[in-house]
Ligand binder design. Sequence first.
Ligand code: KQY
Length: 368
Amino acid sequence: MTTLHSTPRADGFYMPAEWAPQTQAWMIWPERPDNWRLGGKPAQAAHVAVAKAIARFEPVTVAVSAAQYENARARLDVPNIRVVEMSSDDAWVRDTGPTFVINNDGQVRGVHWDFNAWGGFDGGLYAPWNRDCQVGSKILEIERAARYRTEGFVLEGGSIHVDGEGTLITTEECLLNRNRNAHLSREEIEAVLGAHLAVDKVIWLPDGLFNDETDGHVDNFCCYVRPGEVLLAWTDDPQNPNYPRCQAALKVLETTTDAKGRTLVVHKMPIPGPLYATAEECAGVDAVEGSQERNPSVRLAGSYVNFLIVNGGIIAPSFDDPLDEPAREILQALFPQHEVVMVPGRELLLGGGNIHCLTQQQPAPHKE
Ligand code: KQY
């Protein structure tokens, strides 16, 4: 594997927006019994549904442990899905996988961020996380893509969204959290993001969604739908714990400009629920010291914003909620050239995230 000691920006590479053409999407098979109930069986079924939905639009590679290889291979029984053996600590390839960057000369490389399981021993979700730490490099090696390594700079892919035109959105709750890069100031973090993703402007939302166990990943709260336009999870209910978070984010989004000097158009997406895990669902998760505890009284951070854009499709979670259909209509209106496919997301949410968190798009190289 080639590790480069320059930066993507210095070499003419940038992170494209998610709607840019893709060669494939990556996923990792869920199986950890202290995160996924009943040994991961219901989550695996949900995962298969997501992989097959994506495979209608583009190839999918699913990484799986040796122990689960045969099972995953048998269940992912469509031609567009490749299964490769890879060890990991869990399934969150958005966060453990590389962030792919491209140049205008048809090349693809990857940024392999440092990873500490969403906070290490200061609020992280499990330990150890050494196998997750290797996922970014392993994927880049399979793809023969050169790697930029940010040793000592922790970042999860779910904590950022870009417009591909120089602007990045994130949250202070996550990126300025003392459990990520406490040794760096806001300006120093912006400099690392600028050097590795070729962004010129960082928009800082104060917080993510209430009870998001990642410390407020932006991909569960707010995303770009096209340059200059964002979609923000929203509630008008002052009793909803997300109300102050939504208000604060809207204030930032309405009063900022992006790297191109545009004022942003903010679309709103209703928040489903309130959603809670049942006592039975929580009882199906192995209790392990140091792993995230599951409790039926804790409100789940369900969000329709946690969708993936693929070539010609939008793969979004449904929650068996009255807002599912309105959410689908909002997404379809925002992406008229894409087919919106909703896939049951409850089992994924029970594990602490959703479709965007469980996928990683690989942009297609192109020549300008
Ligand atoms: O939402 C994500 N990006 C990851 C969630 C991890 C949850 C682990 N239980």
